[in-house]
Design a protein around this ligand. Structure first.
Ligand code: ZN
Length: 64
């Protein structure tokens, strides 16, 4: 899935770290503020750093 944040700005992005299983989530609205509305969920996934183990980009995500 490769969705622009602007298309799902009323939703949340729930991310699960593949390395340690830590779960975290963002309001897509907040991601738009931190990036831009043409950033894609895939780009956010690649940039996301796990707060549990510090691994970057090794995760799965769902838009809910
Ligand atoms: Zn982790």
């Amino acid at each position: 899935m490769n969705t622009e944040l602007s298309a799902v700005s009323d939703k949340r992005m729930d991310i699960t770290c593949s390395a340690c299983g830590h779960k975290f989530s963002y309001k897509v609205d907040d991601l738009v503020l931190a990036t831009s509305d043409d950033t894609t969920t895939h780009e956010v996934r690649q940039r996301a750093v796990c707060r549990g183990c510090g691994v970057r980009g090794n995760n799965i995500y769902v838009i809910t």
